[in-house]
Design a protein around this ligand. Structure first.
Ligand code: HEC
Length: 466
């Protein structure tokens, strides 16, 4: 059976706090003024714009060429450096105090289309929280009827994504069918069977949150990678509720102990006590409570408070992000750690990642194949809090799964619920080459799953089938 995840997780959204600052304002009082990805963070790659100019199309093309050349030369340290800069730029504080990415648009806003007025306040945006669809399945392949899955995700996009979706009517039920029918009618060459390409400055992300009670200690498992072993060829699900090490999180500055005896995944341990300020966090108000509860489902367990109430805190556990800087997109993921400077995922964090963001480790990927993974197979990139919980999740690669986002959905490889073709976890270019006959009657969705999942009409199922 698929194990229950551990940390109850809520995915929220669009405001909150500058590093270390607790948001106590009523959500409706704050407007999340859109802030573009800032200058000075290697976007496009190789440019810093200290001269104040805006990047031209030629600069973006040069940035792409630079990244592709690094990839060609297997210069992974440079590619990793670039991913850190994306993280640094996205998490940098805005004038309003919130991180840049928090000012971006939720999937709900983007797929509502331009006719529906975009949310003006933060509480409007938070209404977009939902359970993470990536996890709507069990080990057996059957959907968990009452998942209590504890994971809710809020997918967010910057303005270039939003505008592209709107301009090309990619939010409308029917558009994908129309595009695909057109390709069929015109015998469009296989490699051209894609929705219009996003601009190179497009960025998408997915945030993952957990809840810390306003009193006492909340137990949070920490990933140490113990099971990510070379000899493991097919990795078991490795959800946080089997990780052997935990920390105890407290919002109370009066608690001075450094360790405290707790029960960590059914084992007694002395856990390190960690202040709430170590996380990107915000205080849950009446306006978000319902959404958080719904997103988490009734069965969240382990350290997370049994009943979530106003005044508890949402803490950011991790975040996936991707940019359209190269045709296959740049993929990266960050997750919280109590020893964040450890190699290989934390030791090279650049100085311009600031505040609480220095407590997050990061991994990135630019290819379905290289560098080779710990088991010698094609490249893996994954987040312990997100992919760790499903079969072979520790052998997954963002790009290899997201390339499967096509319309109509791919034929199932496994029986039962397969998340619209995302499952099982497959790896490497060979798992779905772009000239695969399977793509001959389909349209590639530019790696974005939300385009398949969020554009279906009422009468269609989750995967867009009538
Ligand atoms: C096995 C499949 C799978 C893997 C592996 C995977 N994802 Fe996803 N991802 C999904 C699905 C399904 C969604 C849609 C979830 C939703 O909208 O709630 C999604 C959503 C996203 C989004 C929101 C944009 C969109 O519409 O797709 C981003 C960004 C993202 N994932 C990044 C990543 C990154 C980065 C990694 C690797 C570290 C990764 N994903 C690994 C399946 C996967």
């Amino acid at each position: 059976m698929f194990r229950q995840p551990i940390a109850a997780i809520a995915a929220l959204i669009v405001f909150t706090t500058s590093p270390g600052f607790t948001d106590t304002a009523a959500p409706g009082e704050r407007s999340a003024q859109y802030v573009a990805f800032p200058k000075g963070y290697d976007m496009p790659a190789g440019f810093d714009y200290s001269d104040g100019k805006n990047p031209s199309d030629a600069d973006w093309a040069a940035g792409e060429a630079r990244l592709l050349e690094f990839l060609e030369k297997r210069n992974f340290p440079e590619l990793r450096k670039h991913a850190w800069q994306i993280f640094a730029g996205m998490t940098s504080p805005t004038e309003g105090g919130y991180a840049v990415w928090e000012s971006w648009f939720t999937a709900d806003e983007v797929y509502a289309g331009p006719a529906k007025a975009p949310a003006a306040t933060l509480s409007d945006r938070r209404a977009g929280i939902h359970g993470a669809r990536q996890f709507g399945f069990g080990l057996t392949g059957a959907p968990e009827p009452n998942p209590g899955e504890s994971v809710a995700a809020n997918v967010m996009f910057n303005m270039p994504v939003r505008d592209h979706v709107w301009t090309n009517a990619l939010f409308k039920p029917g558009t994908l069918k129309e595009i695909n029918d057109g390709f069929n009618a015109n015998n469009t060459p296989l490699l051209d069977r894609s929705i219009p390409q996003f601009p190179r400055d497009a960025i998408a992300l997915k945030t993952i949150w957990s809840v810390v009670a306003s009193e006492g200690l909340t137990i949070l498992p920490v990933w140490d990678g113990e099971l990510d072993q070379p000899e493991v060829k097919v990795s078991p699900p490795y959800p946080a509720d089997v990780w052997p090490r935990c920390v105890a999180v407290t919002p109370d500055p009066e608690i001075k102990e450094t360790t405290h005896p707790v029960t960590c995944n059914r084992q007694p341990v002395d856990a390190q006590v960690i202040g709430l300020d170590s996380f990107y966090h915000f205080r849950i108000t009446e306006a978000e409570l319902d959404a958080v509860n719904k997103a988490l489902g009734p069965n969240h367990k382990d350290g997370t408070p049994e009943t979530i109430k106003v005044g508890d805190y949402a803490i950011l556990l991790g975040m996936h992000f991707t940019t359209r800087e190269i045709p296959n997109w740049v993929w990266a993921t960050a997750w919280w750690h109590d020893r964040p400077d450890q190699p290989p995922f934390g030791a090279d964090r650049p100085d311009n990642v600031i505040g609480v963001w220095r407590n997050y480790m990061m991994n990135s990927g630019y290819s379905r194949d290289v560098p080779l993974a710990v088991d010698g197979g094609p490249a893996t990139v994954w987040n312990p809090y997100i992919e760790g919980k499903y079969p072979n999740g520790m052998r997954s690669n963002c790009m290899s799964c997201h390339v499967r986002a096509v319309y109509p959905r791919l034929d199932p490889v496994i029986e039962g619920f397969d998340m619209c073709g995302a499952l099982p976890v497959l790896r490497g270019e060979g798992s779905l080459p772009l000239d695969s006959p399977a793509l001959g009657s389909r349209t590639r969705l530019e790696f974005l799953w939300s385009i398949l999942l969020d554009t279906r009409a009422e009468h269609e199922d989750m995967c867009g089938d009538s």
